[in-house]
Design a protein around this ligand. Structure first.
Ligand code: NAI
Ligand code: MG
Length: 363
């Protein structure tokens, strides 16, 4: 068991540079309280400022620099006024996800007291789900092309790719995760009525993996009705597993049903730990509010809690630190201070400090 963890800190662009310092404030406070030794190494690349200076998003040796790290703590990337989004995203974050085989994208969605859900009548505890998105293959492949471009015979094709290994590992992750939950239920997103080759095959992989988990209940639902149920009866969901495209949609819809995007955290995981995993808020760089110190830091802080939990395999000090950070977040969401997205007047820094203080006070 490791006792010392090396973490690369990449704030990136825009409000990434405002929320990551607050995340670090809370992560450091938790590390101190629970006796976790962290070595934080900050980098200014994976940002559009770096691109403006050098013509690329990252130095050539980025992989060498990040490989020895136990985790990557990431803000957000993107500044469309300087660099087109497909260049900034494919030149940084998507390289990490693919080259570090971060095949799980994990996004929790929960309703909290003190935060109004856009779904009428939903309150704290009504929604508590974990969305597991396949993060490396599926519909997001680079296999395809355009033929006869610009003529009346023009055709375009882009292949979805599902591998047995890739599908089995994401299913297994979801069922293992369900074991740790009170309700122990997995919902598999599918579309086997319409996509008649790959999706029945996807369902069959789910069924095979499920047979090894007799204590976990599971069902499969077509993506269209599943989206409707996220809105109509979100309380029925526990762990939801989906392909890359369906998971992308669900993992925005789920957190949206709980309140502000300023709360939603995520983890990009390589569960075998052959490569560093990456923890980041779901939101982007928010150019519209950057520089005012009003971004909600909770998503970044919660992502930092997920990082500590993952570092110690959801056991011991990191797990306790995670739970204590989440408790401090919940307390501050009730008591305030609140940033403007939650109807308050507080700054990013005020909220970060309040959560760190609450964490240390509950000691
Ligand atoms: P965005 O998430 O940056 O902003 C969407 C809206 O939500 C904006 O009105 C923003 O002010 C608000 N918002 C976002 N985070 C907030 C927070 N913490 N507190 C309060 N309000 C918050 O998405 P948008 O505008 O589509 O993209 C802006 C840039 O971010 C683009 O360059 C995009 O490519 C990039 N992006 C990067 C992501 C990443 O690094 N993982 C994810 C999403 C977008
Ligand atoms: Mg998305």
């Amino acid at each position: 068991m490791k006792t010392h963890y090396k973490i690369a800190v990449l704030p990136g662009d825009g409000i990434g540079k405002e929320v990551i310092p607050e995340g670090l404030r809370v992560v450091k406070a938790a590390a101190q309280r629970f006796g976790i030794a962290l070595e934080l190494v900050e980098f200014d690349w994976a940002s559009c400022d770096y691109y403006a200076q050098t013509g690329s998003m990252m130095p050539d040796n980025w992989k060498e620099l990040l490989l020895p790290m136990d985790a990557i703590y990431f803000g957000a990337v993107g500044w469309p006024a300087i660099v087109a989004d497909h260049i900034s995203l494919w030149g940084s974050l998507l390289k990490f996800r693919r080259e570090f085989d971060q095949y799980i994208n994990l996004r929790p969605a929960q309703t909290f007291a003190g935060v109004r859900s856009p779904l009428a009548g939903r309150t704290a505890g009504d929604i508590d789900m974990l969305i597991v998105r396949e993060n490396t293959e599926g519909e997001y492949s680079s296999v395809g092309g355009i033929m006869y471009e610009g003529t009346e015979n023009e055709v375009v094709m882009q292949q979805s790719i599902f591998s047995r290994r890739g599908t089995e590992r994401v299913m297994k992750f979801a069922f293992e995760l369900a074991k740790t939950r009170a309700r122990k239920h997995v919902t598999v997103a599918t579309k086997s009525n319409g996509i008649s080759i790959s999706m029945p095959w996807w369902d069959a992989r789910a069924s095979e993996v499920a047979s090894a988990y007799p204590d976990i209940s599971w069902d499969k639902q077509h993506i269209d009705i599943l989206c409707a149920r996220f809105v109509l009866s979100p309380e029925r969901f526990d762990v939801v597993v989906a392909s890359n495209l369906f998971g992308d949609i669900l993992s925005d819809l789920g957190p949206a049903c709980t309140g502000t995007i300023g709360l939603a955290p995520s983890a990009n995981l390589n569960p075998e730990r052959r490569f560093p995993s990456l923890f980041e808020p779901v939101h982007g760089s928010a150019p519209d509010i950057y520089g005012k110190n009003i971004a909600n830091p909770v998503a970044a802080i919660w992502s930092g809690a997920m990082m500590l939990d993952f570092l110690t395999n959801s056991k011991g000090a990191g797990h306790e630190a995670h739970d204590a950070i989440l408790a401090a977040i919940k307390a501050v969401l009730i008591s305030g201070p609140h940033t403007p997205d939650l109807g308050g007047k507080a700054s990013t820094t005020d909220v970060g400090k309040a959560i760190a203080e609450r964490l240390l006070a509950s000691n």
